[in-house]
Design a protein around this ligand. Structure first.
Ligand code: SF4
Ligand code: SF4
Length: 339
């Protein structure tokens, strides 16, 4: 498997990174099996977060004994220095290690600069040997540019997939120019992309991009392990990508969840994508009673637009919810056929 240099960190990593958010949804035993299989197959970069419930603990249990053979990245969404230290200490303990290879600010509400106490805390953690490199993860393009231009960050983690547009491609290029490692989150479009081979081949074109595949099943892991540097964008895969882009258009919800919580309790990231889910994954239980109840809750939207302010893609969420609700009911009643 191909290897790549992760920007200024100079870490040489396997071009398949492991995104450890979804293993939260698996039990300890299954998670350990998946993580260990990934390790045995040569995956050596594992990205998690303090926020991902027991993900760090699962990594510690699965890979604690091979710590020196792998790279561990975690992140903290703390916005106070006290919380920052508490998060970092918890992460180290949970992952059974005394240092992290990469520590990232996790989608916080600003891009910390040198004179901010949070960035100073990062530097202190580095001085103490608790972390080796400093990165940032964000969904806001303005923060991403600020972070690259500041010269303070060795990596940027940002959503990137074959559904991304010109703005994201510019970001990838800018990272390359500034020698900032680009870590691609949501490389499967936040769950909307079905074609892992096309995803892999697309990302594989960029030497400076490290995808962290969000893996929660052994089958998913095995799919990614079956691809290698020879998995390139063929005409057939290019056609699949174009078809996918056409189907999704521009204004689709990526499921990032940054617009939540909604004060009315609406599950925006599920409901605003329902039309896509039921067409792309028709075998999933999207028509069950529980989901129907969740969709009914979209009627509670008071159009306060609080969510819209937090959507990095500037979607008209109340409108999207209405469209999805109507479509869902048309499918439920049989008025619209989807198979
Ligand atoms: S506009 Fe609707 S969905 Fe958005 S936060 Fe307000 S009530 Fe919730
Ligand atoms: S509506 Fe926007 S912020 Fe909310 S989940 Fe979708 S893409 Fe993310």
């Amino acid at each position: 498997m191909d290897r790549m240099k992760l920007g200024k960190t100079n870490l040489e990593v396997n071009k398949n990174g492991f995104g450890a958010l979804p293993i939260q949804r698996r039990n300890m035993e299954d998670s350990i099996e998946i993580l260990r299989t990934a390790y045995d197959a040569g995956i050596d970069f594992y990205d998690t977060a303090h926020f991902y419930t027991d993900s760090e603990e699962k990594i510690g249990n699965a890979l604690g004994d091979v710590r020196e053979d792998i790279y561990l990245a975690s992140k903290s969404g703390a916005e106070t220095v006290e919380e920052f230290w508490s998060d970092l200490e918890t992460s180290l303990k949970s992952m059974k290690t005394d240092y992290l290879d990469l520590y990232q600010f996790h989608n916080i509400s600003f891009c910390p600069k040198e004179d901010d106490e949070l960035y100073q805390a990062m530097l202190e953690a580095k001085d103490k040997g608790m972390i080796n490199h400093i990165g940032i993860t964000t969904h806001k393009i303005t923060f991403a540019h600020e972070a690259i231009e500041s010269g303070l960050y060795e990596t940027l983690q940002y959503p990137f997939s074959y559904l991304s547009g010109e703005e994201e491609l510019e970001l990838v290029k800018k990272c390359e120019e500034h020698d900032v490692g680009f870590i691609a989150m949501k490389a499967m479009g936040g769950g909307l992309i079905k074609n892992s081979k096309a995803s892999f081949a697309y990302i594989n074109q960029f030497d400076n991009v490290l995808p962290i595949w969000g893996i929660q099943k052994m089958e998913e892991l095995n799919e990614f392990l079956s691809y290698d540097e020879n998995t390139i964008l063929t005409d057939e895969l290019k056609a699949d990508i174009e078809k996918d882009k056409e189907d999704l258009g521009e204004n689709f919800c990526r499921g990032c969840g940054y617009c939540m919580p909604c004060p009315e309790g609406i599950n925006i990231s599920l409901c605003a994508r329902m039309s896509l889910w039921i067409r792309r994954f028709p075998t999933e239980p999207n028509m069950d009673e529980k989901t129907q109840k969740t969709m009914e809750e979209t009627l509670n939207c008071i159009e306060c637009y609080a969510c819209v302010d937090n959507c990095p893609y500037e979607l008209d969420i109340p409108e999207l919810l209405k469209e999805n609700y109507e479509d869902y009911h048309n499918v439920l009643s049989g008025k619209t056929k989807i198979r």
